[in-house]
Design a protein around this ligand. Structure first.
Ligand code: GLN
Length: 509
């Protein structure tokens, strides 16, 4: 096999495995060595080398028997899970002290589906505690470093997933996105990620943060890889009451199917892309603005038509999200009381004291802040003033998107107003972190699918040289259109093939 094994993405690997150019044991072993050499990134919360190699041996044996070459393209492909998905064979912490030592008796549906597809699980990835954060600095087990610049954040909350994929420690990883946590770390780390429509991936076994917003999705090198993985991890699940009842989707096919008006030179002919004026404010970092506009020009070259649209309540999505998400979190996190899971205070006087001490010790500052905000906005007298108002605005934000989609097929813009910031750069200011979510929150509140596609690097300004993602947002269940446009863009550009240099990453191998 020529070239480095870690440079192969999911589809490359699937092909190489099918052609018997490489074995799953070889790739798995190589990646495990690479993970060990890059421990300083802080991306992993647990790696089980023996279990991974056993799964790889099993996958190789199944391939040798000619088992399901066609129907299981992912057989033997290594990946890893954000530590917010519960796993039976590996510990699950949600990056919280509260769940230190916790073992789930079952696998999350996303995990069991990917395992059934034959993937090899290398381990669990670091994230913000209970997925609350935008920089992966809120993990109880330490911050994750951005492989492009070790002094910067990888984005959050799926920062471990983004860093591991960007550093070529694993071809792909699962992530979750409540308010941007797949798209924003994908953008900050120069990889491709898709958050599907709410309900496409089962939330069963995904540790709940804000149930009406939480959605799983793949983080990988390319749209092609994301399409393959999304096909395997999505689909109706009767154990999730909000799971969308739809027949299984072939995203890889949708990604490839030519548009009605397509020509060889203009595969996106006929595609109308709306640019919300609110997504290009004067405060947008110049490096982000430049890369996003160049990507839009490329899409235009590929045949797409760019039109101006408006999402007038974009700014309001910040207060709306930071009322609704904490409200739901305050309820979801009640289950961590020292009785059922994980941590329990060592010393206490009575039951109430045990609850209090357990929660005071187990939760980090950001989680406590959200529980308090959530309890406040749901309390008598404030419910109408905050929670109810936020819910009304949430509906209006969703309606604004429908007005746009009357005129366009996709919406495009930046993922975040800046590139990855310096570790500690936002100090202890939670609001500075919240404001950085402005472009991802609207689609989350509306439950729409969104993607981040590598669009180059900031040419100037603070953080010059850091990756920039282009955000694409589709209407409900238009994942196929999103992936198609992203794939066409990636056929014409090579931003998604860029990897951080060994010098930048400072590994030992
Ligand atoms: N940054 C947002 C938050 O802190 C989104 C997190 C997420 O999508 N999980 O809540």
């Amino acid at each position: 096999m020529s070239g480095a094994l870690h440079d192969l993405g999911v589809s490359d690997l699937a092909r190489a495995l099918a052609e018997k150019k490489v074995s799953s044991v070889e790739v798995t072993g190589h990646l495990l060595d690479r993970i060990a050499a890059h421990e300083h990134l802080g991306a992993w919360l647990c790696v089980d080398a023996d279990a991974a190699l056993a799964q790889a041996r099993d996958a190789d044996a199944q391939r040798a028997q000619g088992n399901a070459e066609q129907s299981r393209p992912l057989l033997g492909v290594p990946l890893a899970h954000k530590d917010i998905f519960v796993t039976r064979d590996l510990p699950t912490t949600a990056a919280s002290k509260m769940l230190a030592g916790y073992r789930s008796p079952f696998d999350a549906t996303v995990v069991s589906r990917l395992s059934a597809a034959g993937t090899v699980t290398l381990g669990k990835l670091n994230c913000d505690e209970f997925a609350m954060g935008s920089g992966n600095e809120n993990s109880a087990y330490g911050a994750v470093k951005n492989p492009w610049d070790l002094t910067r954040v990888p984005g959050g909350s799926s920062g471990g997933s983004a860093a591991a994929v960007a550093a070529r420690l694993v071809p792909a990883a699962t992530g979750t996105d409540t308010g941007g946590s797949i798209r924003q770390p994908a953008s900050f780390s120069g990889i491709t990620g898709i958050k599907p429509t709410y309900g496409v991936c089962s939330r069963f076994g995904m540790i709940a943060f804000a149930s009406s917003l939480d959605q799983a999705g793949p983080m990988a090198r390319s749209a092609e890889d994301c399409a393959l993985l999304l096909g395997a991890m999505s689909g109706f699940d009767e154990r999730d009451a909000t799971s969308a009842q739809r027949p299984p989707q072939d995203y890889a096919r949708a990604m490839r199917s030519p548009r009605a008006d397509a020509t060889a030179a203009q595969p996106l002919k006929g595609l109308r892309i709306g640019l919300p004026v609110e997504f290009f404010p004067p405060a947008l970092a110049s490096g982000v603005d430049g890369a996003v506009r160049a990507a839009l020009a490329e899409l235009e070259k590929l045949g797409a038509t760019l039109i101006d649209v408006s999402l007038p309540r974009t700014e309001l999505s910040i207060p709306v999200y930071y009322i609704i998400a904490p409200a739901e979190a305050s309820s979801n996190l009640n289950r961590f009381d020292g009785v059922k899971f994980g941590h329990r205070a060592a010393k206490y006087t009575d039951l109430i004291d045990m609850y209090k001490k357990t929660r005071a010790e187990g939760f980090g500052d950001e989680v406590k802040r959200r529980i308090m905000i959530g309890s406040y906005v749901l309390s008598h007298g404030y419910y109408d003033a905050y929670y109810l108002q936020a819910q009304k605005l949430r509906r209006m934000i969703a309606d604004d998107f429908q007005h746009c989609f009357a005129e366009c097929d996709l919406i495009a813009g930046p993922v975040a107003p800046t590139v990855a910031w310096k570790l500690g750069g936002k100090g202890d200011d939670p609001v500075a972190n919240y404001l950085a979510d402005i472009f991802t929150l609207p689609a989350s509140l509306a439950g729409l699918p969104g993607m981040s596609v590598p669009a180059g690097f900031a040419a100037s300004g603070e953080g010059a040289g850091m990756p920039v993602g282009l955000q694409l947002i589709g209407n409900y269940f238009q994942e196929g259109t999103l992936l198609h446009a992203a794939h066409a863009f990636q056929q014409a550009t090579d931003w998604h093939r860029h990897a951080p240099s060994a010098t930048a990453m400072g590994g030992t191998a």
